[in-house]
Design a protein around this ligand. Structure first.
Ligand code: ADP
Ligand code: MG
Ligand code: MG
Length: 885
């Protein structure tokens, strides 16, 4: 069994066997880059070590000896030599990088004799003893388990006695004394000497790396991140090179592109006359890498060429570690660099233009969530560092916001309109009456409610950061104050919220705004070419729609007409309509509403510029439009010119025990046909208006809440008859479709029947999930978190489709529907339409498009492209990659 591979023998594809660090050291060696010689003890040796009761087996030991001899020969140095002493580093590296494991011991091979030799050869006694004390501390800590603090205290005491500021003030004599103190630590704690034999040091270090694979922290990390425990770690043994050998030596780290912005230039830091971790340890302030160009121009040019070669070879941005010894450059590590979402997008797009990767690869490299992160504002990092969050709740709508708090829609609106304040609306919960206050708010916080509560849904639709279900928040509307985790806040006080994480901060934290940049829109353009699913937006207002178009939506998949009724003058007419007792009394408000709705639709159609717009007829229970408390009732009664008693009586008569399962959706059409007729008049009227302007619109009308074919058939007849009558009156032709929401389990079960009378389907996943589970979505907050914590539910089914249950109903509905109409357009509208995992499933069951809130359109677009690429939907035309020279 081969347990050991020299760097010449490996390559980048051997991560599983050599670990990431080892595979890349080998790859760099084979690209003829200057890498100090060494070898990798494989992950198989690690597993053999565990089989052999935590000891290196004889075969591994024999191979280590051989590899060491070969290394000595190659570099002309050997353990214990006084003329050419060999020093090595022992560096762990698993296939997946993992915190908590032992990482690196430098300077193995130093002892009381070789330290003297090293001092002489380098003519730098200070450096030699500095290296020795590092070995003593690292080895003591990692191999022998002596706390770092034990060693640190020795140094701190020394600095204290001499009034030194930093480690750099330590003299050679001080370092010699530290070395002898460190050796005493071994005697005191372990009752034995620090091993003087380099081979013994080396073997003990290798043992420790292997053992660290199974330490508690590593095990916990693997469990939490689903990393198999039989992967094992590899160990790299590598000749030391010295960045601390003098003025023309140094050590540094650099990225091949800027990891914050993605700009294509070297980005990093270095320190002259320093070793290993000094750059990150912050003992001295490192220099920006650009200054290396002046200090050592040749070397900088060489490094730039290496960086380019590595990027070319790995086809991704690299994070590099290097050391300069006496003017000679050595590469010590290469790996794919971590980057911000903004940089990730820029780098992926640039690399396509540079012919390094294909468009498909670029698409697959970006996490859909990163796209979201680019679009939402975040807190200014520096400012955030001065604040701790005081409470948290459900992260209902992402992004960061800061503002002055108000507890009612009116006061929020007044503060915004009259005092030009930025406002955070803080409430127990919100209802449709609060819309105007929500619109002007930068952020929304509620003490109650779940991820699909009114506040959450509306906030996400508007792209306003929101946190709901904040248990530590109590709002006192009377006193105009609130308590958050014991902090008392009053109207007008500053509050900051991070809706991405659900964290609440007291005070004002600056936000940094972000927009869709050119790179993102390029990437989204490619995503559109690759995806089989259309991506539409749920938009209720022209402002929403414009936003959706800016984000590249294919059209509107859902316009909820009821949201148009919440503007004050319309709400009044709506209320007049609802309290009317007969068809005659409904006429006047209907006429006024018709005019306003037609105007809305005209505007939407005009904005659509040829894109499809699907309008849903009235859905919510009527009493949602009515006032509830005494004060409101009195106010509204006055506006409507009726007595409060009368209004109260009408409100009571419309009250339902279970409104979500009550008189709503197409049930309203059957009992109040004139409301749907008015909406149809407005839709067709707007389309005909545009026809007069030579713009052809094809209206798509959607009927909510259908459960029965006979019901759909009844409502469709109502709608179609009205349309035909309107067209006949004007003597014109117009294409239109009438389809249904699929949101009742019964509708899915009988989808073939319903397809006979539907031109399209659109899944309403919120209601479908609610009804399939029997969970009231407004009340899930009380038990859902516990269900998820206990592992009873893998995820909130209102956020990620429940494939096994709700998903099966959807699959069945698609199959049954298409068995009748093979070309039946089928969409998904609702929050889940913007969830990447759910999108992958919708792609599999052959849904035609998803429709989500405008702010999720870019993320959904990328997720759709990835789903299509993963499901091999689209023939990919891979861009060729130039061969490596
Ligand atoms: P980590 O995985 O924590 O980055 P490394 O194994 O990369 O640990 O080691 C940390 C640092 O130690 C390296 O960046 C490098 O500066 C230094 N180092 C490791 N091996 C050597 C070596 N053979 N010669 C010189 N410096 C080394
Ligand atoms: Mg490293
Ligand atoms: Mg619904």
């Amino acid at each position: 069994m081969q347990y050991i591979y020299t760097f010449e023998e490996g390559n980048k594809d051997m991560r599983r066997l050599l670990g990431g660090k080892g595979a890349n050291l080998a790859q760099m060696t084979n690209l003829d880059l200057p890498v100090p010689s060494g070898f990798t003890i494989s992950t198989e040796a690690c597993n053999a070590f565990y089989k052999n009761h935590n000891q290196l087996n004889n075969e591994t030991l024999a191979q280590i000896k051989k590899a060491l001899d070969q290394l000595s020969q190659n570099v002309g140095k050997s353990f214990n030599s006084l003329s050419q002493p060999l020093l090595v580093s022992v560096r762990s590296g698993a296939a997946i990088s993992m915190p908590g494991m032992m990482d690196t011991i430098l300077n193995i091979g130093l002892n009381d004799q070789t330290v003297v030799a090293l001092a002489k050869i380098t003519a730098n006694e200070r450096f030699a003893y500095d290296s020795y004390r590092r070995l003593l501390a690292m080895y003591g800590n990692v191999v022998e388990g002596i706390s770092e603090a034990t060693f640190d205290t020795v140094i701190e005491d020394m600095k204290h006695q001499n009034h030194y500021q930093s480690d750099l003030d330590l003299t050679t004599n001080d370092l010699k004394q530290i070395v002898s103190e460190f050796k005493k630590v071994y005697i005191n704690k372990l009752h034995r000497e620090f091993p003087q034999n380099p081979t013994e040091q080396l073997l003990a270090a290798i043992n420790s790396v292997f053992e660290s694979w199974n330490n508690h922290r590593a095990k916990v990390y693997r469990r939490e991140n689903n990393i198999p425990s039989d992967l094992g770690t590899a160990v790299n043994v590598q000749m030391m090179v010295f960045g601390n050998a003098g003025k023309d030596s140094g050590t540094g780290v650099a990225f091949t592109r800027d990891p914050a912005t993605g700009e294509k230039h070297l980005f990093g830091e270095y320190l002259l006359n320093a070793q290993g971790e000094d750059v990150v340890a912050g003992i001295r302030t490192p220099q920006p890498i650009s200054t290396l160009e002046d200090a050592m121009p040749h070397l900088y040019a060489q490094f730039e060429a290496i960086a380019a070669k590595l990027e070319f070879y790995y086809r991704d941005m690299q994070d590099l570690e290097f050391t300069i010894e006496n003017g000679k450059l050595y590469m010590l590590q290469a790996r794919d660099g971590k980057r911000t979402p903004t940089a990730a997008v820029k780098i992926a797009v640039d690399m396509v233009y540079e012919d390094l990767i294909s468009k498909q690869e670029a698409l697959m490299r970006i996490k859909p969530e990163s796209v979201q992160a680019i679009l939402y504002p975040e807190f200014d990092e520096k400012d955030l560092a001065n604040h701790d969050f005081v409470a948290s709740g459900l992260p209902a709508s992402p992004g960061a916001a800061t503002g002055q708090i108000y507890f009612t829609a009116e006061t929020a609106k007044a503060a915004h309109d009259e005092k030009q304040q930025t406002v955070i609306l803080v409430r127990q919960d919100t209802s449709p009456e609060d819309i105007e206050g929500m619109v002007v708010s930068e952020g929304i916080v509620t003490s109650r409610g779940g991820m699909t509560s009114h506040a959450a849904v509306v906030a996400r639709g508007m792209g306003t950061p929101a946190i709901v279900g904040v248990n530590e928040l109590q709002v006192d509307y009377q006193k105009r104050s609130a308590t958050i985790s014991g902090h008392q806040l009053h109207e007008g006080d500053w509050l900051s919220v991070n809706g991405t994480q659900g964290h609440i901060y007291i005070g004002q934290i600056k936000t940094a705004d972000t927009v869709v940049n050119e790179n993102l829109s390029t990437l989204l353009g490619w995503a559109k070419q690759e995806s089989h699913l259309g991506v539409y937006a749920n938009a209720d207002t022209p402002a929403d729609f414009s936003q959706a178009l800016r984000f590249g939506a294919d059209g509107i998949g859902l316009t909820r007409t009821e949201h148009m009724f919440f503007k004050p003058e319309r709400l009044l007419e709506m209320r007049r309509l609802i309290i009317a007792e007969n068809a005659e009394a409904r006429q006047l408000p209907l006429k006024r509403l018709l005019k306003m709705q037609q105007g809305d639709f005209y505007e939407l159609y005009k904005l659509s510029a040829g894109r499809s717009v699907t309008i849903r007829l009235l859905d919510p229970p009527l009493h949602e439009f009515l006032p509830h408390d005494e004060k409101e009732i009195r106010k509204v009664a006055k506006q409507l010119d009726v007595t409060p008693t009368y209004l109260k009586q009408r409100v009571d008569s419309l009250k339902e025990l279970n409104p979500m399962l009550g008189h709503r959706g197409d049930r309203l059409a059957v009992t109040f046909p004139d409301i749907y007729q008015m909406q149809v008049d407005a839709i067709i009227g707007a389309a005909l208006q545009l026809l007069d302007e030579n713009v052809i619109i094809e209206p798509h009308i959607m009927i909510p809440l259908t459960a029965l074919k006979s019901e759909m058939s009844w409502v469709k007849d109502l709608v179609v008859n009205r349309i035909e009558q309107l067209l006949a009156n004007k003597n014109v032709c117009l294409e239109y479709t009438v389809g249904t929401m699929m949101e009742m389990p019964r509708a899915c079960l009988t989808a073939d029947k319903i397809a006979e009378v539907s031109d399209f389907f659109s899944f309403g996943t919120n209601d479908l999930t609610q009804l399939t589970f029997g969970y009231s979505r407004d009340d899930v907050g009380s038990f859902m978190p516990e269900y998820i914590k206990q592992g009873i539910l893998p995820a909130d089914p209102f956020q990620t489709v429940d494939v096994d249950g709700v998903g099966q109903l959807m699959r069945m509905a698609v199959e049954k529907g298409r068995s009748i109409k093979p070309q039946l357009p089928i969409g998904v509208c609702g929050e889940i339409g913007g969830d990447p995992k759910s999108i992958e499933f919708f792609e599999q069951i052959d849904v035609s498009y998803v429709s989500c809130s405008p702010f999720r359109v870019p993320l959904a677009r990328l997720a759709a492209a990835q789903a299509s690429l993963r499901n091999n939907r689209v023939v990919s035309q891979t861009v060729s990659v130039k061969s490596v020279n």
